[in-house]
Design a binder for this molecule. Structure first.
Ligand SMILES: [Cu+2]
Length: 157
């Protein structure tokens, strides 16, 4: 016995299946050709001991060499520590962030730095700041009542 499938039904099934194949192709292309992958090999940290664990016991800016910096951030309800860092234009900065409480976001406006800050993990992202200006660092994961005020600044001079 052969099941009858209406013509429109068949069109939509073909359309749906084609879209699925198309999306999978895009994901595979992004992963293997563009090398876009979820962060891996991340560093772990005890979230109850962030304030005692170097280098997060002294969050802030470290100068590695000319034009190379790193910043260690603690994202905690509802602020970032440090609140402001100042670097010369043209610097490449690696941002390290962790959280002792809940999941936060770490997004720097006008850059492609956008990561999650997850308790128990240290996440990292780098950016080269070519243009001088004040860059806004925002939490973009809803973390509670004060979420909207959770921000910090990066001054590029
Ligand atoms: Cu938030």
């Amino acid at each position: 016995m052969r099941m009858h499938v209406h013509r429109y039904e068949r069109w939509w099934m073909t359309f749906g299946f084609s879209m699925l194949v198309l999306f999978l192709c895009i994901i595979f292309f992004a992963a293997f050709a563009d090398n876009m992958n979820p962060p891996s090999g991340l560093q772990q940290i005890d979230p109850t001991r962030v304030a005692q664990t170097p280098p997060f016991d002294h969050p802030g800016l470290r100068r590695l060499s000319d034009g190379k910096y790193e910043v260690y951030y603690v994202a905690q309800i509802f602020s970032f520590n440090p609140q402001t860092v100042t670097i010369p234009a043209g610097s490449t900065v690696t941002f390290y962030a962790t959280s002792p409480d809940v999941v936060h976001g770490f997004s720097i406006v006008d850059t492609d730095v956008n990561m999650m800050v997850i308790p128990g993990w240290v996440n990292a992202a780098s950016h080269t700041f070519r243009r001088p200006g004040t860059y806004l660092l925002l939490c973009n994961e809803y973390c509670g009542i004060g979420h909207a005020n959770m921000a910090a600044k990066i001054e590029v001079q």
